[in-house]
Design a protein around this ligand. Structure first.
Ligand code: FES
Ligand code: FES
Length: 146
């Protein structure tokens, strides 16, 4: 057992894990109750588990929790307190989600691209996540003015 402190969405959390190589995704969802970040493939393909770690988009399904210690983790729950992040506003305006399962990962990738200084179509080109509902055209519309 290891006790670790994680900074998630601006708050420090103490967690006890049985294995330091546990994926960050399990800790976020099962220990901290932050279920907005989703599990899809588990092999870094779909992007459903995307989170920001020190402003970089990372796949929480393969990011071991010990490597996240001392870094700033942002999940979909921490993007804004009230859906006011420009990407969230654009998603609402363009009614992007269908089933919604992939969308927290999509939004995190859009936010990460914006943090990296990208705008418009350049944001869309940074999003490689999978959406089985095929919302890609609406994502392109939503990011066009960001
Ligand atoms: S669940 Fe992590 S990339 Fe698919
Ligand atoms: S909105 Fe359903 S998987 Fe993307």
């Amino acid at each position: 057992m290891s006790q670790l402190t994680l900074n998630v969405n601006g708050q420090n959390h103490s967690v006890t894990v049985s294995d330091g190589s546990m994926p960050l995704l399990w800790v976020l969802r099962d220990l901290l109750g932050l279920t907005g970040t989703k599990y899809g493939c588990g092999i870094e393909v779909c992007g459903a588990c995307s989170v920001l770690i020190d402003n970089q988009v990372e796949h929480a399904c393969v990011f071991d929790v010990t490597s996240a210690v001392g870094k700033k983790i942002v999940t979909i729950e921490g993007l804004s307190p009230d859906r006011s992040h420009p990407a969230q506003q654009a998603w609402i305006e363009h009614q992007v989600p269908q089933c919604g399962y992939c969308q927290s990962g999509m939004l995190i990738c859009a936010a990460g691209a914006m943090k990296a200084g990208h705008h418009g179509a350049a944001i869309a080109s940074e999003i490689h996540n999978l959406c089985v509902c095929g919302t890609y055209p609406r994502i392109k519309q939503a990011v066009a003015k960001l």
